[in-house]
Design a protein around this ligand. Sequence first.
Ligand code: GLA
Length: 383
Amino acid sequence: MKKKLENEFVAEFGHLPEVIVRSPGRVNIIGEHADYNNGFVLPAAIDKAAYIALSLREDDEIHLRAVDLKENFATTVSNIRPIEEVSWPNYILGCAAQFVKKGVSLKGFNLLLSSDVPIGAGLSSSAALECATVFALNYLLHTGYNRIEMVSMAQKAEHEYAGVMCGIMDQFASMMGKASQVIKLDCRSLEYEYVPFKLDGIKILLFNTNVKHSLASTEYNTRRAECTQAVELIKSHYSNVSSLRDITVEMLDEYVLPVNELVYRRSRFVIDEMDRLTKVCSYLEKNDIASMGECMFETHEGLSKQYEVSCKELDFLVDYVKDKPEVLGARMMGGGFGGCTINLVEENHIDRLTRDIKTAYETAMNLPLDFYIASIENGTEIL
Ligand code: GLA
């Protein structure tokens, strides 16, 4: 990969890059839509990643090349702003803007991007790109931001240049991932611990619906607002409550259910999901994969019926594997409305399962089904 990127960079810009950074996509075992509610999540970085080759320029010109899309984009440092015509430069410009906002005197740069994280598949292709960009710029500009600061800069790029008010999970997983470990992250304090994730004879299998989700399609931001509404309703009775993390089912029953049933269902899902995460962590410790898998199925049910961020294609894939003994757990993953399901599957059944489900899905949904076995890898790094 390094050689290929170097060659592409030379062909585009006439010289070698000063640095090449790899930053991965992520999976999340459990804890969905918990990050922006200050709960816990359990993500991991995977073996699909965005790659950025970068060198600084003496002038203030910015030249971007997306190898896979065969597209170029150019602007200048003094003109950095979100653009409407194409989306991919926004993630990079949004990161560059964070340096400017911090008062760094940013130089122009040549940047080449390649990625094998499928776009719109719920594997955080955008967070991978943002983390790679922030890391590479931080390295070449000698700005010395630590990883946690860079996570926050990458998240802000998503808020300000992609308009998605995402939580911290995706950027955190991409930047902080460790091979063979999942990250138990407290999204309130940002305290985290690595938990070994080696399941004997079981693999993480991802099924991609090929329904492209657009988180920016307002639904994500709407869910976030609905959760805030629940907090507001309870705050007038308990002044020390500041997020769903501080709220119990009893409080919801008393103060939200009678007022707004929809907001109740949304916030009830989040509170139950926080509870499931705690259970999954203890099952993981005991290597009780079956119980862990049960929780994943419950999460899917909640995401589909209570939080309403699933779609018929995702539901089809989870229903299909539900009664298969070789599939220990499955659910939709990420923001929703398309993208992938995550499945824990016995290794020696993967070939047959993928063959069967592909035929069934493609016949029923008239869409291609892609699948990937995800391995858990390190987070952002220089190649
Ligand atoms: C998207 C967001 C994350 C998180 C998930 C849902 O991936 O970027 O911050 O909210 O959805 O868990």
